[in-house]
Design a binder for this molecule. Structure first.
Ligand code: NCD
Length: 305
């Protein structure tokens, strides 16, 4: 069970709670065909996605259904948000319908926190602006644990557009808390000095950054959150920071590759690597997303049987 009602971020989350969620997600992952209709029976889950999403929204929906919940998807295009309703008005309206769990994705950092202050439901952050994406970090940690048997002591490089990535932030908190040696690899314009002040090693050279790493996690250039010309041209970016067979030779001999998706092939990652199932964990990440979100939904519902 979680000590807080909502799951808004990994920062500050007690390590035993993280481990409990990972253990429970592992349990569900070992039973991929099984449903658990009693766990969230009589529970209504509302998916509110104010930003595009394929894998996160769908995996929350499948996870909730496997636990026996009723699921409603609010599409922003068809909602009053397009008519100018504020987030708080929307939250208050939806609250009146008494959902038990609200899964929210929003372009503004802090929006799920704001929602949690105006609804009775438990809120799960499904990605807010540049801030956090806690369920992605949990599924990434589960993927690493199931693939390599541990997280502590691993050298993990998170590479790409760090500043605009909520995935990078949540993973940095989570993987460091579990004892990994996390480093960031990024063009200087896409990694703020804040990370160096936190004591995280920063590399602006890709080959040096991934040297000896057992896990190389790639990120998309999130141009929708960029304000100016922080990123070089896609061609130049691929040349300097795109993961290809040549650069990958610098990593540990059996290094594994991760990416939260959506991928931009030929920009941050070469297709040859992305599609090589002996190296790429990308499909496994998507698969484990369902089990991880089952564990998270169950935990916020406080419904562990
Ligand atoms: C990420 C996100 O939305 O933050 N995607 C995801 O949830 N799988 C990463 C991204 O959009 O690049």
């Amino acid at each position: 069970m979680l000590s807080k009602k909502h799951l808004l971020g990994i920062e500050g989350m007690p390590i035993p709670e993280i481990n409990d969620l990972l253990d429970r997600a592992d349990y569900f992952a070992n039973r991929p065909k099984q449903s658990f209709p009693d766990i969230l029976s009589n529970t209504t889950v509302l998916n509110m996605f104010f930003e595009n999403s394929t894998r996160t929204r769908v995996s929350f929906e499948i996870a909730a259904k496997r636990l026996g919940a009723s699921v409603l998807n609010i599409s922003v295009n068809g909602s009053s948000v397009k008519k100018g309703e504020t987030l708080i008005d929307t939250a208050t309206t939806l609250n009146a319908m008494r959902p038990d769990i609200l899964v929210a994705r929003h372009h503004a950092s802090g929006a799920p926190l704001l929602l949690s202050q105006h609804v009775d439901a438990a809120v799960i952050n499904a990605g807010d602006g540049r801030h956090e994406h806690p369920t992605q970090a949990l599924l990434d940690a589960l993927t690493i644990k199931r693939s390599l048997g541990r997280i502590a002591g691993l050298k993990i490089a998170i590479c790409g557009d760090i500043n605009n990535s909520r995935v990078a932030r949540s993973n940095l908190y989570l993987l460091s808390a579990l004892g990994a040696e996390v480093r960031l690899v990024s063009p200087a314009t896409l990694v703020s000095p804040y990370f160096a002040e936190m004591g995280v090693p920063i590399y602006t050279d890709m080959e040096q950054g991934i040297a000896g790493c057992e896990i190389v996690m790639m990120l998309r250039l999130q141009t929708e959150r960029m304000e100016g010309r922080e990123a070089p041209s896609q061609h130049e970016y691929f040349h300097l920071f795109g993961l290809d067979t040549h650069k990958l030779q610098k990593a540990a001999p059996d290094a594994l590759i991760m990416h939260p998706g959506p991928m931009n092939r030929g920009v941050e990652i070469d297709s040859k690597i992305a599609d090589d199932n002996s190296k790429s964990l990308i499909r496994t990440q998507v698969e484990l997303g369902v089990a991880t979100r089952m564990a998270c939904l169950e935990a916020v519902a406080g419904a562990k049987l």
